[in-house]
Design a protein around this ligand. Structure first.
Ligand SMILES: Cc1cc2nc3c(=O)[nH]c(=O)nc-3n(C[C@H](O)[C@H](O)[C@H](O)COP(=O)(O)OP(=O)(O)OC[C@H]3O[C@@H](n4cnc5c(N)ncnc54)[C@H](O)[C@@H]3O)c2cc1C
Length: 484
């Protein structure tokens, strides 16, 4: 029997699992997909919010404010790039300045440091490419940018290095309360655990309803984005939001940590919890909205569009609590924005809740908070590259020419704990296919390396989901060749 089953390996489940791996516990991290971070965690703005947006007194405000300052140490330990570039909420009309002031006051109530309201000239100085109409802005220097899936992957890797068992391709289908613990049925096998932590994103209501009476619903709220080519991110120096409206923070412009310009999201309530399609008419609206922030956005360098689903709870706030009727079952549900920012603080809260129900937890003597850095060949100095290739010649073969990724980097992330097994899994870990050609040139080479390292046939390699096969057979295969 496991001590703890964490359901869902997004940023919340991986943060919780890693935090719990500090203790002497047997932990299962259960995920329905074939990789971690395949849900909302892979499709959001990647912003570590300063914390002025959420309503004072709410869980969102509390865990945003607590989470934000944790990122420097966390990212240092896990060797994940993180940049505190600050954020601006710009006023495009004079009446928007009332909203800017309201956000400033909320920020003060939430305990957010270093914010300032700026006039037009100061904003122009900071962001020369913004629209001439800008009247002023709220500046929050503590906001930052991160690659959200990279963080979740690093958390999963560190958690598994510290003993957590990652059970991929295990969709939870039923949960039964036992006298001491839970019987969790999954698409792969049965699992018993004393405590369950529900971190299932848009499906968290369904997981709750398997173990306890329904008391909240999760509605998927889709947001779509444009991603522009590398180096377009320098159009802005900080994360630039427009004043928020009824449906959220509004369209933003930001650089990603890797230098791409990210533009979006919109907000659209759906019924379908898996629908991450993009739609031309919605993207057009985003384009028009973004043009109010800055003219001259180089949309002709667009390399990708994508969509993510916010897990909007009927309670309108994060639900982080033990079920009132099912002892030992903890819900971490409705974690929409700023869930990424709040994740490390939420993980600490889950440990507090667990201690309250399970009693004292024994610290593990072996916990190692550090993750081995992924070598990025192109970030090395010339003499370091020479030395590395001398020691390990696979670093001398460039596989992705858009993002300059070597075979050595790909082999490394396949062979780590919680390692990649899919083409997109490699893409999210070391970026082949993230560039202008979107994998047009490197995908076959990535597949070859995956097949070789995993000891599989090329035809078994999938792009992302379990059955997303890329090859259907060989051309000029034996059958055709013999004319049968
Ligand atoms: C458009 C958009 C923009 C956002 N921007 C930001 C931002 O800039 N900053 C910020 O702080 N936050 C942002 N967020 C919010 C942030 O992305 C989420 O709060 C966070 O990703 C939620 O993580 P999660 O782990 O709860 O969910 P997920 O990442 O969805 O993980 C849940 C996991 O549970 C698994 N699962 C579901 N059902 C089962 C089952 N039956 N059995 C096993 N596994 C299951 C899923 O496969 C999934 O991997 C944004 C969200 C969206 C949609």
């Amino acid at each position: 029997m496991y001590d703890i089953a964490v359901i869902g390996a997004g940023i919340i489940g991986t943060s919780v699992a890693r935090e719990l791996s500090r203790y002497s516990l047997r932990i299962a991290l259960i995920e329905k997909d074939n990789d971690v971070a395949n849900g909302t965690t892979k499709a959001n703005s990647g912003i570590i919010h300063a914390g002025y947006d959420a309503k004072p007194g709410s869980n969102k405000a509390k865990y945003n404010a607590l989470g934000n300052p944790m990122f420097d140490e966390l990212c240092e330990e896990l060797a994940v790039p993180f940049k505190r570039i600050g954020s601006l909420v710009i006023a495009l009309e004079s009446y928007d300045m009332e909203k800017v002031e309201e956000l400033y006051n909320r920020g003060l109530a939430n305990g957010i440091p270093e914010m300032r309201i700026l006039g037009r000239s100061e904003v122009r100085k900071m962001e020369p490419n913004l629209n001439d109409e800008v009247v002023g802005a709220l500046h929050a220097p503590t906001a930052g940018i991160i690659d959200p899936w990279e963080l979740a992957i690093a958390l999963a890797e560190n958690a598994t290095e510290n003993g957590v068992e990652l059970l991929l391709n295990h969709r939870v289908t039923a949960i039964e309360k036992l006298t001491d613990g839970f019987d969790i049925r999954t698409s792969a096998s049965g699992i018993e655990a004393r405590y369950v932590i529900n971190c299932a994103g848009v499906y968290a209501d369904e997981i709750n309803n398997m173990a306890a009476a329904p008391y909240f619903q999760i509605t998927p709220r889709r947001g779509q984005y444009f991603v522009l080519d590398k180096n377009t991110g320098s159009l802005v120096n900080s994360v630039v939001f427009q004043c928020p409206g009824k449906m959220g923070k509004g369209v933003l412009l930001t650089s990603s940590v890797h230098g791409n310009l990210l533009i979006g999201p919109d907000s659209e309530v759906l019924d379908d919890k898996d629908n991450v399609e993009t739609a031309a008419h919605r993207l057009l609206l985003i384009k028009e909205a973004a043009a109010r922030t800055a003219t001259g956005i180089p949309f002709n360098t667009m390399i990708k569009t994508f969509a993510g689903l916010r897990a909007s709870p009927s309670t309108r706030d994060f639900i982080i609590e033990e079920s009132k009727e099912t002892a030992g079952f903890i819900n971490v549900a409705g974690i929409e924005s700023p869930g990424l920012t709040a994740a490390p603080a939420i993980a600490e809260e889950v440990v507090r809740l667990l201690k309250a129900t399970a009693g004292k937890l024994k610290k593990s003597d072996d916990f190692n908070p550090l993750r081995r850095k992924v070598i990025r060949f192109m970030e090395l100095k010339d003499h370091e590259r020479v030395e590395l290739v001398r020691k390990n010649p696979v670093y001398g073969r460039v596989i992705c020419r858009c993002e300059n990724v070597t075979e050595g980097e790909i082999v490394d992330v396949i062979n780590r704990k919680a390692g990649a097994t899919t083409v997109n899994g490699i893409k999210r870990r070391v970026r082949p296919g993230m560039g202008r050609c979107q994998g047009g040139f490197c995908a076959p080479k990535v597949m070859e390396i995956l097949a070789r390292e995993l000891g599989r046939d090329m035809q078994e390699i999938v792009n992302e989901g379990k059955e997303s096969y890329i090859l259907s057979g060989t051309t000029k295969g034996e059958q055709d060749y013999e004319g049968k």
